[in-house]
Write a new protein. Structure first.
Lengths: 192, 192
């Protein structure tokens, strides 16, 4: 029992990893733990729109663990260019350490989910990526582009970073976002 | 697509519902969204210790939705005596409203999970309850009894509110907690 307790208390640190978007109506920044909860439910709600049939339970499990590497490596905004290989290596080291706290079988199962998400080659991981990528866009569309404006992110950069992954995993969600992003451009929700 | 977007943005409000325990090392209180994420992973890690065999995917789904009624009703500490029927009615009204934002099939599926958790009659819901009840205890054991001391909660009250539910769903977890609670008593982690 103690290894599982050590693991779950280590996970508490993800509540302190902050992202760039603020929850609607709150002054503080979102953290990666509550983000993981929200996208698990977004995936469950959107399952019928996945590009191919998916095992939604594996998608949910993947989304629950996908940000745990940020406990040691921190969150990096999706618009940061360069340095991704180093960050991914740091995140792999982090999840290897943290999942290594668990008994072998359980730790290996979480690590396999984390790697499947990172590789992005299965229908489940592609769908998981589309949901993860879309959620901050939905919050920004509600927030008048708060994190885009604070960080000088242009309409073109958002489309470039969001379209391929959302379209690949959930085409109907991209169709929706494309129109909303176009409206947001006219409303001045972007930076730069 | 718009109903799903409306639903997921409504869920953002759970990030603003605060509980009585603080994440380890942080000054702020925990919110119910990040709590839901953490207990989903605690359930996944503890699945082998469930009192009866469980469908762990249903347990996880249940834990992800179980606190959504707090969006309208607020969080109530487990040690508050009385008034539970009114609070449960308020939470049911809240989830009926919020899941009602979704297309029928999906909203009904979430509502069924929420009700299964509330009834606590299936092996899955009993295990889910044990995990939900144990998590703030684990945080308090790490936090020198922070929420017990801040709210004047005695050792006896903790045992009375925690033992039956944790034992019913996950006996090995109760065995662990019993010994740790006894140590905590000698360390002065309790209020009142």
């Amino acid at each position: 029992m103690q290894p599982i307790v050590d693991f779950i208390l280590e996970l508490d640190k993800l509540k302190a990893v902050t992202r760039k978007v603020r929850p609607i109506g709150l002054d503080r920044y979102e953290n990666s733990a509550e983000h993981s909860w929200q996208i698990a439910l977004l995936a469950a709600s959107l399952a019928g729109y996945a590009e191919s049939a998916v095992d939604i339970n594996r998608v949910i499990a993947m989304l629950l663990v996908h940000d745990i590497g940020e406990i040691d490596a921190g969150d990096t905004m999706v618009f940061v260019e360069g340095g991704w290989e180093q960050r991914k290596a740091a995140e792999l080291a982090s999840v290897t350490r943290i999942f290594g706290l668990l008994p072998d079988g359980q730790g290996a199962a979480f690590l396999a989910l984390w790697k499947e998400f990172e590789c992005g080659e299965t229908p489940e991981s592609r769908f998981a990526h589309s949901v993860d990528r879309a959620m901050p866009v939905l919050l920004n569309l509600s927030n008048h582009g708060q994190s885009w404006r604070e960080n000088g992110i242009s309409y073109e950069r958002v489309v470039r970073r969001v379209e391929p992954e959302v379209k690949a995993g959930c085409p109907a969600l991209w169709d929706y976002l494309r129109d909303r992003l176009e409206e947001a451009r006219h409303q001045g929700f972007f930076g730069a």
